[in-house]
Write a protein of this length. Structure first.
Length: 119
């Protein structure tokens, strides 16, 4: 396993970044600016909090920010369900984003567990 020297080395950060980019692309034509912007903000929050926590150079702070990131992932899923329900996202695209978010949440939970037990 390669040593993690910067947040860009973290797979969960890379996946979070990819999710945020996919959310932006999926909502590019959305005219509901309020919901679109809220969805975008929480999607950006996922990798941003991973990065911010890592940069604090404190295990306790890193874990705190990983938990915030995980919360943003849950918020994102809720908003995606709403977007599907009101027809802003087609079901296939929305469910693919929801699945990405679930995977990231599991990755975050695993990383939190490792940081609690081994650091």
């Amino acid at each position: 396993m390669a040593k993690i020297e910067q947040f860009e080395d973290l797979t969960v950060w890379k996946e979070g970044l990819r999710l945020a980019i996919d959310v932006y692309k999926s909502l590019a034509e959305c005219k509901d600016f309020s919901l679109r912007d809220q969805i975008r903000r929480c999607s950006v929050s996922v990798p941003s909090n991973i990065a911010e926590g890592f940069e604090h150079n404190s295990n306790k702070e890193f874990i705190r920010f990983l938990r915030i990131s995980k919360g943003s992932s849950g918020e994102l899923r809720t908003q995606l369900y709403i977007a599907i329900g009101v027809g802003l996202l087609d079901e296939e695209s929305g469910k693919a984003l929801i699945n990405q978010s679930r995977i990231i949440s599991r990755m975050l939970q695993s990383l939190i567990k490792v940081r609690l037990e081994k650091f």
